[in-house]
Design a protein around this ligand. Structure first.
Ligand code: ATP
Length: 373
């Protein structure tokens, strides 16, 4: 079993708290992504799991073993870094074989395992080449092959695709998914690219200021962000936010914002009855057009941007600008007055001060792992 348990990890560099009492449980065979802005502590947390960084306090468990004080070589891990770190003077075969030779594995075993790893990464025809004769994507595949040939219990990857161009990233992303399905190593993957996180992770741990703000499935992180920060970090364009006041009208709840009333569905049960709140709604959950009605919001189209199958609209509601996406064939013009409707089941409410979700998202703000740890 190679589950990972992080218990109250803390790592401080001078005055900077890089990792702030972080707890998380990662299941055996799970693919978990650490996602967050630059400097939020993703790499430091990964390096603490690897043993490349000594924690100030807290414990790291891999499987049933407390590895907190063990060196990287005794943790059963393999790492792939952003810089491919392949040896330029060695052939692809020797690069992949490097770790096995260090372990003094028999030659026949090395040959069989290198060939199998190369086939998995589809570079078996490149084994005689040197890194200078490879493309960036091929070099990165060598780096991944070198990690998986060790059959690690745990595979740690730090922004492995960020040096590749957009098309190669897309290809490698799909390959990493396939690879994980085949080898099932418990995988921790660091990125600041939310699309990569959404497409790769069984769960995403969204980090900010050394802490996990939300740890959940990609669908739940996207649909039910635990905080305003998560809603704004994930999604392109991000979630829209309108500040207003929660009020009760004839037994039903509504938010009054920008002198319009946004009715809330009865299923939305905020943990508070009244007061300043923020309404969150994704661009694809705003219906644009239609008739004037009690639940419709008057607005003006400011900009129409065609983006392939869709048009991205910038819409003014009072002083607030919103983004909505509508099909490319919708006939909407800049300057047009329209009525908006927010899909009721998609409305999210957040506390105006803390930004924490007020309606029940069903997910622990600090992640399911933290709750158990
Ligand atoms: P990025 O996406 O830019 O790589 P990150 O989320 O991985 O960022 P970390 O590299 O973990 O962030 O850094 C977290 C904080 O710790 C940052 O403020 C960083 O400057 C600081 N830090 C990291 N390593 C060191 C170090 N060796 N010495 C001093 N400060 C460090």
């Amino acid at each position: 079993m190679s589950q990972i348990r992080l218990q109250q990890l803390r790592k401080v560099f001078g005055k900077v708290v890089a990792v702030r009492d972080l707890s998380l449980e990662i299941a055996d065979g799970e693919f978990i992504v650490f996602l967050g802005p630059s400097g939020c502590g993703k790499t430091t947390t990964l390096r603490c799991i690897a043993g490349l960084e000594q924690v100030d306090t807290g414990r790291v468990f891999i499987g049933d073993r407390d590895v907190t004080l063990r060196p990287p070589g005794q943790r059963g891990i393999a790492m792939v870094f952003q810089s491919y770190a392949v040896f330029p003077h060695m052939s692809v075969f020797e690069n992949i074989a490097f770790g096995l030779r260090l372990r003094r594995e028999p030659a026949g075993e090395i040959s069989a395992r290198v060939t199998a790893a190369a086939e998995l990464m589809q570079i078996e025809n490149l084994l005689d080449r040197f890194p200078s004769q490879l493309s960036g994507g091929q070099r990165q595949r060598v780096a991944v092959a070198r990690a998986i040939v060790m059959r690690p219990e745990v595979l740690l990857m730090d922004e492995p695709l960020s040096n590749l161009d957009a098309l190669l990233r897309l290809q490698m992303r799909a390959e990493l998914r396939r690879l994980h399905r085949e080898i099932r190593s418990t995988t921790v993957y660091v990125t600041h690219d939310q699309v990569e996180a959404l497409s790769l992770g069984d769960r995403i741990a969204v980090m900010k200021d050394g802490e996990i703000v939300q740890c959940d499935t990609p669908a739940r992180v996207y649909d039910s962000p635990a905080t305003r920060f998560v809603g704004s970090f994930i999604g392109s364009p991000p979630m829209n936010f309108i500040e207003g006041t929660l009020q009760r009208f004839d037994g039903t709840l509504a938010v009054v914002a920008e002198s319009v009333r946004i009715p809330l569905p009865p299923t939305l049960r905020p943990h508070t009855g009244a007061g300043p709140v923020v309404v969150g709604i994704r661009p694809e959950h705003i219906a644009v057009g239609g008739e004037a009605a009690a639940d419709a919001i008057p607005a003006t189209i400011i900009v129409v941007e065609p983006i392939g199958p869709q048009q991205l609209l910038t819409i003014q509601v009072g002083k607030t600008l919103l983004k909505a996406s509508v099909p490319a064939e919708s006939s909407i013009a800049e300057g047009q007055a329209v009525w908006l409707r927010f899909e009721p089941s998609r409305i999210r409410l957040m506390d105006a001060g803390s930004g924490v979700a007020l309606s029940d998202t069903g997910s622990d703000v600090r992640g399911p792992g933290s709750a158990r740890a």
